[in-house]
Design a protein around this ligand. Structure first.
Ligand code: GAR
Length: 219
């Protein structure tokens, strides 16, 4: 059965595009039901240009976080999706929201969790003198950037790095591992529906359909 996902963004949406480019391949059984943004985001136009349904649910139009999240939840519930992928969604979600989508809510985070939860991860990796840095895809729980990690990719921190250079190399890896998680879910290789991670997909790139190659961004 086709794996249906919603993607939530706040900005340029390069991870969303990596997911979309992967899902749009013929032999990948996944369908993007909607891309949602919490503010006018460049990524919405990019998604629209690819024929993906988009919805701006602007935080400014809602009096409270609860009302805003309720609007997002109602939309996603009406679309009968299997998973919700946070892709550069920059708001902290309430425990209620996380619970509502329990075991169906995924996030990509630009660090090797549990190191560097929160913001400014690249600068913090440099400031800490880390020799390696990277990115993680994890299940979302009510605790910020704390849910079970599904897959990580490392990059070496180079002497010449500043935060932007490091971020760019990490982003290239993000564009590989997030589609990989989607591929594992869509092909049934990964099942997290009861909260147990039945397989560490870090070992699977060879068997996920069309395991994604690095995508150059912008493109
Ligand atoms: C990505 O690096 C993503 O990992 C990060 O924001 C960037 C979004 O870029 N997410 C977080 O920091 C979440 N706390 P994108 O809009 O091009 O995908």
């Amino acid at each position: 059965m086709t794996y249906r996902l919603a993607i939530m963004i706040s900005g340029r949406g390069s991870n969303m595009i990596a997911l979309a480019d992967y899902a749009l391949q013929e032999d990948v059984d996944a369908d993007i039901a909607v891309v949602i943004a919490d503010k006018p985001a460049a990524g919405l136009d990019v998604a629209k240009a690819r024929g993906i349904p988009v919805q701006l649910i602007d935080r400014q139009d809602y009096a409270t976080r609860q009302d805003h999240e309720a609007a997002i939840m109602n939309l996603i519930d009406s679309l009968d999706v299997d998973g919700v992928f946070l892709a550069g969604y920059m708001r902290v979600l309430s425990a209620e929201f996380c619970q509502h989508f329990n075991h169906r809510l995924f996030n990509i985070h630009p660090s090797l969790l549990p190191r560097h939860k929160g913001l400014d991860t690249h600068q913090r990796a440099l400031d800490s003198g880390d020799k390696t840095h990277g990115c993680s895809v994890h299940l979302v729980t009510a605790e910020l950037d704390d849910g079970p990690v599904l897959i990580q990719r490392e990059v070496e921190v180079l002497d010449a790095d500043d935060a932007d250079r490091l971020a760019a190399r990490v982003l290239t890896q993000e564009h590989i591992i997030y589609p990989m998680v989607l591929g594992a879910l869509a092909s049934g290789l990964l099942n997290v529906s009861n909260g147990d991670i039945e397989m560490n997909i870090g070992v699977l790139p060879g068997v996920i359909p069309n395991a994604p190659a690095p995508i150059n961004w912008p493109h």
